[in-house]
Design a protein around this ligand. Structure first.
Ligand SMILES: CC(C)(COP(=O)(O)OP(=O)(O)OC[C@H]1O[C@@H](n2cnc3c(N)ncnc32)[C@H](O)[C@@H]1OP(=O)(O)O)[C@@H](O)C(=O)NCCC(=O)NCCS
Length: 160
């Protein structure tokens, strides 16, 4: 069974003590450190109500996570920001039948898009946006996931 588990300020300590140790980070030391730093920073953001983390699970196995907050891309246009997206190493690059035959990364982006569309019905919101961690990921988001670059910034966005 597929389920999303939500972590907020109230469950920040559970995220820190129980979830982080179940994540499978990269086998490359530098990338592993980067991923661990990002995930630890999510604990801090959770405690300050600055993000909400959604853990995607399949039969109790963690597939990945996505962390969401609101922002304005520096140009006044409100967006739902993807603070971090992470797929457990054993699920990377896999198309999964139980995720509508999609890769978990796309499934999580679609989940975020649906949340953004729900918010948009209730409050002003124009984009789903993120800042990619590096140039290769910039290419991945634009080529594979339909994001566009916001000129002269690091932001990538899709219009809602
Ligand atoms: C980014 C991510 C969510 C994509 O999930 P996915 O689609 O299942 O993963 P894939 O392994 O198929 O990666 C897609 C592409 O991005 C590249 N990529 C993935 N993570 C990368 C990273 N941290 N740095 C540079 N390139 C990366 C892969 O090499 C691959 O490129 P290719 O299509 O040319 O082979 C997943 O790779 C991940 O969790 N990475 C670690 C955390 C991270 O870097 N999050 C993004 C922060 S902006």
């Amino acid at each position: 069974m597929i389920e999303f588990k939500k972590y907020t300020k109230g469950s920040a300590s559970t995220f820190k003590s129980e979830i982080i140790k179940k994540l499978e980070f990269s086998s490359l030391p530098k990338q592993k450190n980067r991923e661990e730093d990002f995930v630890k920073s999510l604990s801090t953001l959770l405690k300050k109500s600055q993000t909400i983390v959604y853990i995607l699970k399949y039969h109790d196995n963690i597939i990945g996570l996505i962390a969401l907050s609101t922002n304005s891309m520096g140009n006044g246009y409100p967006c739902l920001q993807i603070d971090y997206i992470f797929i457990n190493a054993s699920y990377l690059a896999q198309i999964l039948p139980y995720l509508d035959n999609e890769k978990p990364s796309r499934y999580l982006i679609e989940f975020a898009t649906n949340i953004a569309l729900d918010i948009k019905k209730l409050a002003g919101l124009k984009y789903l946006a993120l800042k990619p961690d590096n140039d290769k990921l910039h290419h991945f988001y634009t080529k594979d996931l339909g994001f566009h670059s916001l000129k002269k910034t690091e932001w990538l966005f899709v219009k809602l």
